[in-house]
Design a protein. Structure first.
Length: 268
């Protein structure tokens, strides 16, 4: 059963794509704040930043970077309030005895209204050695509608996107540092998550490179039909697109896949 939908309003989503400077919090914060201002100036109501935007995966120093997260959240909250935009982005978060890769949702009036701790850690880059894993899917009711949250490697797990959809998400936000070597998968999987769940997808990836690793860029905003409403290239870019609830309603009505599910038949 799909959770009763909250009312979705039309709004303009923005994505800030930039090359995150490894371990350089001041430079990355300056870039993020500049992107928020620029996107707000272009009419964006929401701005999505890449995964681990303040410091990248500077893993050996991640505990120190996590200490800067309250300061970064305060700076983002001030910018959100100044430019009247919702801001979403992933940062290192100290929690209990470990560090989480956490996406924070910052409202211009209320401050942090939700957060999601990355569930699926990427073992090939040793994330489990430096981060704790989250343990639950998260949706957040925003002033535009219900948002679902995912971070990078989560994209490879359709179960998570479906859980968010069944919880009522009308748009899913993805923060990522997706590598250039698997750029084709980024293209396929972001489109698949939009189409199979009939949701908008707002996906912010980083560009540029770290030592030994280049990133794909190709941030995008997708319709529930998989149409690319906006798409970035391989360099720093700010993109926007309008998310229209009438489009979501029409697609779900014309092709009612979500209401034709047969959960008992999927049990093996």
């Amino acid at each position: 059963m799909i959770h009763p939908l909250v009312t979705m309003l039309a709004f303009t989503a923005g994505v800030a794509q930039f090359g995150v400077k490894l371990g350089d919090n001041p430079a990355n914060l300056k870039k993020a704040l500049g992107a928020v201002e620029k996107l707000a100036g272009r009419g964006a109501d929401m701005v999505v930043l890449p995964e681990m935007w303040p410091c990248g995966f500077d893993n050996r120093n991640i505990a120190e970077h996590a200490k800067a997260t309250p300061h970064n959240l305060d700076a983002i909250a001030r910018a959100a309030a100044k430019f009247n935009v919702l801001v979403v982005g992933s940062m290192p978060e100290k929690g209990g005895r470990g560090i989480y890769n956490t996406a924070f949702v910052v409202d211009p009036q209320a401050g942090v209204i939700g957060k999601y701790r990355k569930v699926h850690l990427f073992s090939a880059s040793s994330e489990p050695s430096f981060f704790e894993a989250g343990n639950r899917a998260v949706t957040v009711v925003t002033r535009f509608g219900r948002m679902g949250l995912m971070i990078c490697f989560d994209l490879r797990f359709p179960e998570l996107a479906r859980a968010l959809t069944l919880a009522g998400a009308q748009f899913i936000v993805i923060c990522a540092q997706w590598p250039k070597a698997r750029a084709a998968h980024w293209d396929i999987l972001t489109c698949a998550r939009a189409v199979e769940n009939q949701v908008f997808v707002v996906a912010a990836n980083r560009c540029g490179s770290d030592p030994g690793l280049s990133f794909a860029g190709d941030s995008r905003i997708l319709s529930p039909w998989g149409q690319k409403l906006a798409q970035a290239g391989v360099r720093d870019a700010n993109i926007t697109a309008k998310l229209d609830p009438a489009v979501l309603s029409r697609i779900r009505k014309e092709l009612p896949c979500l209401t034709r599910r047969v959960p008992k038949a999927y049990e093996v």
